[in-house]
Design a protein around this ligand. Structure first.
Ligand code: PLP
Length: 679
């Protein structure tokens, strides 16, 4: 399964012609453009040619256009230039505004640079956010009220998370009507190649660009400076770029950018606006089919056709990302920079979209090089993702369930914010019990129970619930049930052929499923000695707690005998095939969620069957694996995090051969040993 890259607002691949141009610049045209010999002059001619082409495309007129390392540098330079000029004006006794105003949805490089240079230059102006409306466009009324006192204004041409296009003409008109003397920077990163720009015909003072958002390599950018706008170099030295930006130019980057600009100019390489709009419509209908209830977080008519931003009720952005990644469709959550932090999107928050949407948003973005076949393949995979979700029964309530594999027996762990809820299900009797419900998990529990057509037999607690039963009530309400059974002291509840028994241990209740599982709430394993003495437990009983400390489950034996975990057994993707040949009895275990497993369409690797045991179902499986502690288990997941937890859990429990695949599927794909072979 080939990767489908739909994260072009973060970065793009490099246009083949740009690769060729960079290569040519490195192999043949490697001269220093400042050298006066022929090799240098040839390099300079190439660079001048690219600048000329860029100037024409952007309508630079008599303004200046310098090459630099990218938009973050361009933003620094613009801010430094404007702020130095403001300081000079103030020192000369002239009035300057008191505000450094920036759009609330700007890339972080803008407010961070404003704050940085404001502090370093001792200007001490107020760095203030300009609000945006529900569409993500600048609030012109607020701008009107503030512009008279604004020293510098920073806005963007199009937003990187939502693709929303700013109304720059309206802003320009307002500046003109109010006779504003604020310096104006417009971040044009996401506009390059997607919006027509004629910079010199505008009031814009500074416009940064970045090559890697439009098929040039990372590390090459441009900054436009209006003729007459103040300028202070960020870097001093050999006086390159007419003294505007010292340092020998990135010639390979410039050559590559030049090739992209040629492609923009020729009008044949990139898709037209109308084609891109049609591609977006195709993606939207597939997304709607895959995820009924999906909400788009941007107005289509005011946005670039190449960006979609959406949220799906009941699914976090992490879950959606994992699902898409399993299907080898690369998308991102919010902006790339904050993806690792899993914070709600400040862009969507600024647009006042409901909190759940701001914290679960996904951005899907493509570039104008995309073709119809890629869009069709992406649509097919997106629809398969929807099917995978439906088959796993982990669906928001809005989705119609269609379980593929029927109800299963299970001991299922669901966690949120360090707390665990356990769900015991019995396929034969189609019934289940919920232990220690957490309110945040109620929609998911309800969706699962409903989708699997399970009868909820009881909701039980190991201690008096801290939420005073709120989660219990919410679950009953979600399932439209008035009351369920409960387990009395020393009582039992039948779950099909199985018996769930409640016993006391100090202040706590412990729930026992035979001697196989004990649900111990927040008790430490050491506190279970009385139950062990009474032979209610065995040293090998799997203990399932209410706190998610990452360990999944344990046994009394591990705590009692202090089992020293086997060494960390790590496998590299490259050595996996040989390992599997050497160990034909090895079991390959995909610990990703069932929907991720289903989305990647692979069940066999090197003749070895791949078992799907999501981390949430691992506890239910460990006892069986521990019966053959020498039989190699190889856990894998997307990035290696979940498989590391699984293998650590098994090793702690005394399994001697629990391996994990280093770096997960991501590395397996990179080393061209995909675990998934299209079924
Ligand atoms: N501005 C916007 C709107 C962006 O999307 C980005 C890149 O994420 C930047 C600025 C920073 O660009 P660069 O990576 O070239 O520093």
């Amino acid at each position: 399964m080939k990767e489908i890259y739909l994260d072009s607002n973060a970065t793009t691949c490099v246009l083949p012609a740009a690769v060729a141009a960079a290569r040519q610049a490195m192999e043949q045209g490697y001269g220093n453009p400042s050298s006066t010999h022929a090799t240098g002059l040839q390099a300079k001619a190439m660079m001048d040619g690219v600048r000329q082409r860029a100037s024409g495309l952007l309508g630079v007129g008599d303004g200046r256009l310098m090459f630099n390392s990218g938009a973050t540098e361009g933003i620094q330079t613009a801010v430094l230039s404007a702020l130095c000029a403001l300081r000079e004006r103030r020192d000369a006794g002239k009035r300057i505004g008191s505000l450094l105003l920036y759009g609330a949805t700007e890339h972080k490089a803008v407010p961070e640079s404003l704050a940085h240079w404001n502090r370093l230059l001792g200007l001490n102006l107020e760095v203030r956010k300009l609000p945006v409306d529900a569409h993500g466009r600048h609030d012109l009324q607020a701008l009107d009220a503030l512009i008279g006192d604004t020293a510098m204004l920073c806005t963007m041409a199009a937003n990187n998370e939502t693709g929303v296009i700013s109304d720059l003409s309206a802003i320009a008109q307002l500046l003109q009507e109010r006779g504003a003397d604020a310096y104006w920077m417009v971040d044009c990163v996401q506009a390059l190649g997607k919006l027509k720009l004629n910079l010199a015909a505008t009031r814009i003072d500074y416009a940064p660009f970045s090559g890697h958002k439009l098929y040039a390599p990372k590390g090459i950018g441009m900054l436009y400076v209006r003729a007459g706008a103040p300028f202070t170099p960020l870097m001093m030295g050999g006086g390159q770029e007419a003294g505007l930006r010292s340092g020998t130019e990135n010639m390979a980057g410039i050559a590559a950018l030049g090739a992209v600009l040629v492609a923009l100019d020729d009008g044949k390489t990139f898709r037209s606006h109308a084609e891109l709009v049609a591609f977006r419509a195709q993606l939207v209908s597939s997304l709607e089919r895959a995820f009924p209830g999906i909400v788009f977080n941007m107005p289509f008519d005011l946005s670039l056709p190449t960006t979609l931003n959406f949220s799906v009720p009941g699914l976090s952005s992490k879950e959606l990302l994992d699902l898409f990644d399993a299907a080898r469709v690369r998308v991102s959550s919010g902006s790339a920079c904050s993806a690792a932090k899993a914070l709600p999107s400040y862009v969507l928050e600024a647009m006042h979209v409901p909190q759940w949407r701001a914290s679960s948003a996904i951005r899907l973005s493509f570039g104008p090089l995309i073709d119809a076949a890629t869009i069709a393949a992406a649509c097919a995979r997106i629809e398969r993702c929807g099917e995978a979700l439906r088959s796993s029964c982990l669906l928001p309530s809005a989705l119609a369930p269609s379980p593929l594999d029927g109800a299963q027996d299970g001991v299922i762990q669901l966690s949120v914010d360090g707390q665990c809820t356990w769900l015991l299900s019995d396929a034969a009797s189609a019934s289940c019990v919920v232990i220690d419900p957490v309110a945040a998990l109620v929609p998911r529990l309800a969706a699962f129970i409903r989708c699997q057509h399970l009868a909820l037999r009881a909701i039980v607690h190991t201690t008096a619930p801290a939420d005073h039963g709120v989660a219990r009530l919410a679950l009953l309400q979600e399932l439209v049930i008035e009351q369920v059974g409960h387990v009395d002291i020393d009582g039992e509840l039948a779950l099909g052929q199985q018996r769930l028994r409640r016993v006391e241990c100090g202040e706590n209740h412990v729930y026992l499923l035979g001697q196989r599982f004990a649900f111990i709430g927040t008790l430490a394993p050491e506190a279970l000695t009385p139950l062990l003495d009474a032979a209610l437990l065995t040293p090998g009983t799997v203990l399932c707690g209410a706190r998610d400390d990452g360990s999944i489950c344990c046994t009394v034996r591990t705590a009692q005998e202090g089992i020293v975990p086997a060494a960390d057994l790590q496998l590299d993707a490259a050595s996996l095939p040989a390992f599997l040949r050497q160990h034909p009895d090895a079991i390959l275990v995909d610990v990703r969620e069932a929907y991720e497993h289903a989305a990647c369409a692979g069940t066999v690797f090197e003749g070895c069957a791949v078992h799907s045991v999501p981390l949430s179902r691992l506890a239910g499986q460990v006892a069986a694996w521990l019966q053959q502690p020498q039989c190699p288990l190889v856990f894998f997941c997307r990035s290696g995090n979940r498989s590391a937890r699984a293998s650590a859990c098994l090793r702690r429990l005394g399994h001697a051969a629990a391996w994990q695949l280093n770096g997960g599927m991501a590395m397996a794909e990179a080393t061209r040993h995909p675990l998934a072979i299209a079924a």
